[in-house]
Ligand binder design. Structure first.
Ligand code: FUC
Length: 785
């Protein structure tokens, strides 16, 4: 297998095996299961995970969901009073009053490793790759005149990780398969080519089980006590499934023993051929992946991905664009691989983790990170990947309602800075990262966006609205009247991980503004909860919107003008209203102020911070600056396997960067389909198909020399549509799929018409395609004369 065998612009490839999990191994996953493929010639390693295998929660010592016990009836009022009096309060002082030591929070766990020990050989022509289009990892090499190949994938329809080891000559496949696990309380057994690892976590008693079945063609298969040996086979396949007795049900978080489901998945897959399993997997993957195609003039790179990355200049060479196009597709690949229906949402590491104490527990941080994981879902055609996210939020209502009631005396539900799969909705006491009740409101905006993109009123009513309503009710009961000006503010309020506590920090206000606005909007659309609508309207009228312009022209991070122009903190929380929020529109004084804040913060930061900045600059319609931050992220925050690094590895930056690139190509947050809003000069010519816009619209666009050539708009819902593009200012034509002219009205660079569901509308730039208008012909002739 050589590069030429699989020329593909969307394949990561390397000419050496991986030796390092974090920076080199290649991820496959099906949402619930994840595996990292190393590709060693003599010793193959597949480190694997199952998303629900967590320590902590019920069964773990001292777990109490982060709630206050005993109650602290006056604590919040005291903090508020002190902030009202002094204007600010140090994080440590607030934590002393409102925090509590964290116990039993737990951490996401590695499941184990699968090892395939092979005979020693001298390999030539080694290649290891990950095809993003096929969602298949491969290893290939030649030894003693025999070409060996391995293929691995994680099938969502089959809920199995599948591997096949083959050779181009009969009888050449021999290996010993064994498993290891970092968890002490487990047993390994083998019968009839099936290896089972089963145990219970010492920490919380969670039962886990994995089974691997080895199926051979030719040769012999021998069971050992804890391993399976294959000798002189023509080829061999293994299928692995794993599960736990976790369930997302409060308060016990335990369900069925995993044995039956794991057995069934492995039995079913083992009774199917490799080709059938792969065909079903690829059909499933490609149904999602192929919806969007980006062409920025990349070509299939001739050098391995690690060298492509090292040689990246941030310029406009075909290789630079190849890396950028791959990075865009990789975010979509990773989301499909780590967030599918039937499991938990993607955590800080997606589904991949090899450590029993991973960074930040590989948990669900909700002061930016979990949200960022899903920024790309709707706009890049992967709405289904948000199903686990929605389900996760719904499961948080019961514990979150208890926290809201006990800590705040409020209706609705709440969650703070970070959470786990066991309803940890309360607090801990890390002073600069424990208090963030705005998180619940923030996480619901993806749900409202899902409705805005897809237009499904049934989804809004049954899935999104109850969650949004609870998040809004919490704030209706929690907002505080600021004695400085009588406006409603969050207090205590803390701009994530930065500065002092105060009342009405910008991000708090902007998030609350958005949840109240969206919930009101949703209640009106659904025609429900009139009394609540009145409450929301009244609160919005008194709410401080959190958009203040300060002494150096910046958007203030706090209600008082405390911003330091020298500060380059990675969180840029006060720009929430620009992205992912939509309170700030480009061209307004607030947008100018946001730009000043952003320039002061700089283009650096952790991986996710850079990713956020790509989105900000795209929303400010500055494609070149957005691209510059993208190149900073690729140069400084991207590992050889193209994983984002905080450092260390943290997957939000991958997702946020893909979202940012999509924002450069298409935006719709202000109910106008804005095509190529922030095209960078380093992508002069290209096309993208299948991007999604709010209003249930699918958009394709091609451009040349920086100008739109053709826009194809496919609405899924009948109704008025607005499309904005630079090319609309010039001469253009709009026709339907039969070539008939479509009647539109134009205002500046925006066209509006009544679109019909299922139709295709094409806007052609007549200047770009060289159709010359009569006047210009005359002028041209005159000029030439
Ligand atoms: C937030 C960030 C950190 C890190 C953590 C997981 O708290 O401030 O940088 O990304 O989440």
């Amino acid at each position: 297998m050589t590069a030429a065998d699989t020329p593909d612009d969307l394949t990561l490839w390397y000419d050496e095996p991986a030796t390092d999990w974090e920076t080199q191994a290649l991820p496959i996953g099906n949402g619930a299961l994840g595996a990292m493929v190393f590709g060693g010639v003599e010793r193959e390693q597949l480190q694997f995970n199952e998303k629900s295998l967590w320590t902590g929660g019920p069964g773990s010592d001292g777990y109490d969901f982060g709630n206050w016990a005993p109650p602290r009836p006056n604590a919040l009022a005291e903090v508020r009073a002190q902030i009202d009096r002094d204007g600010r309060m140090a994080p440590s002082a607030v934590a002393a009053k409102l925090g509590r030591p964290r116990s039993g929070f737990g951490a996401y766990q590695p499941f184990g490793d699968l090892w395939l020990d092979m005979p020693a050989v001298t390999a030539t022509g080694y290649r290891r790759e990950l095809s993003l289009r096929e969602a298949v990892a491969r290893v290939g090499y030649t030894a003693d005149g025999v070409t060996y190949s391995r293929e691995y994938f994680a099938s969502h329809p089959g809920n199995v990780v599948v591997g096949r080891i083959s050779a181009d000559r009969a009888g050449k496949v021999s290996f010993t398969l064994r498993a290891s696990s970092p968890h002490a309380d487990k047993q390994v057994s083998v019968t009839d080519g099936r290896l089972t690892v089963r145990g219970a976590l010492a920490d919380n008693g969670m039962t886990f089980e994995a089974q691997v079945q080895v199926v051979t063609k030719g040769g012999t298969r021998t069971d050992g006590t804890d391993r399976i040996t294959v000798t002189d086979a023509d080829s061999a396949m293994f299928v692995l499934s794993a599960g736990t007795d976790y369930a997302d049900t409060y308060p016990t978080y335990r369900g069925a023993d995993p044995h039956a489901a794991v057995t069934e998945a492995v039995d079913r897959a083992a009774g199917t051929t490799f080709d059938e399993l792969r065909a079903a997997h690829q059909a499933d993957h490609r149904r999602l992946f192929d919806r969007v195609r980006l062409d920025i003039g990349q070509r299939a790179p001739e050098q391995p991905t690690n060298r492509l990355l090292a040689a990246y200049t941030g310029g406009a060479s075909a290789d630079d664009r190849a890396l950028e196009a791959m990075f865009f597709a990789y975010g979509r690949y990773l989301l499909i691989a780590s967030s599918r229906e039937g499991s938990l949402p993607a955590n800080l590491q997606g589904v991949w983790n090899n450590s029993t104490s991973p960074p930040w527990s590989a948990d669900y941080h909700v002061n930016i990170n979990l949200q960022m994981n899903y920024w790309l879902a709707e706009q890049t055609g992967l709405a289904e990947t948000a199903v686990p996210y929605d389900r996760y939020l719904r499961s948080m209502i019961a514990p979150g309602a208890k926290t809201a009631r006990e800590m705040f005396g409020a209706r609705g539900w709440v969650v703070h800075n970070e959470t786990n799969p066991f309803g940890f909705t309360g607090v801990h006491d890390w002073a600069t990262a424990f208090w963030f009740p705005e998180a619940a409101a923030w996480v619901t905006r993806q749900m409202y966006d899902h409705y805005r993109f897809g237009g499904d009123l049934g989804y809004l009513r049954d899935t999104a609205y109850p969650v949004m309503k609870g998040a809004a009710e919490f704030w209706l009961d929690t907002l505080h009247t600021d004695p400085r000006d009588g406006r409603l503010v969050a207090s205590p309020s803390y701009s994530p991980e930065h500065g002092d506590f105060s009342a009405g920090a910008s991000m708090s206000q902007q998030i609350v503004f958005e949840v109240l606005t969206d919930t009101l909007d949703a209640a009106r659309k659904l025609d429900v909860d009139r009394a609540l609508q009145a409450e929301l309207t009244a609160a919005l009228a008194k709410l401080d919107p959190g958009l203040r312009i300060g002494s150096w022209g910046q958007l203030q991070e706090w209600k008082s003008d405390w911003d330091d122009p020298e500060n380059t903190h990675r969180h840029v929380s006060h720009l929430f209203a620009l992205h992912p929020g939509r309170q700030i529109k480009p061209g307004t004084p607030e947008a100018e102020a946001a730009k000043i804040s952003l320039i002061a913060r700089g283009d650096g930061g952790t991986g996710w911070s850079k990713a956020w900045k790509i989105n900000f600059w795209a929303r400010l319609l500055d494609g070149d600056h957005a691209h510059r931050v993208l190149s900073e992220q690729l140069r400084g925050s991207t590992l050889e396997n193209l994983w984002d690094t905080h450092p260390p590895f943290q997957i939000d930056g991958n997702f946020g960067a893909t979202s940012g690139m999509a924002e450069m190509l298409l935006q719709s947050q202000h109910d106008t389909v804005h095509v190529l809003p922030a095209l960078p000069s380093s992508w002069p010519t290209g096309s993208v198909t299948g991007l999604r816009a709010r209003g249930n619209v699918t958009v394709d666009v091609s451009w040349r020399n920086g100008a739109g050539e053709k826009i194809v708009v496919r609405p899924g819902t009948t109704g008025p549509i607005r499309v904005r593009s630079d090319m609309i200012g010039g001469r253009h034509r709009v026709h339907d799929e039969q070539g008939h002219e479509v009647g539109t009205s134009r205002s500046g660079d925006t066209l509006s018409w009544n679109a019909r569901a299922g139709r295709t509308y094409t806007i052609v730039n007549e200047v770009a395609i060289g159709i010359t208008a009569p006047e210009e012909m005359t002028t041209g002739a005159a000029a030439g004369a």
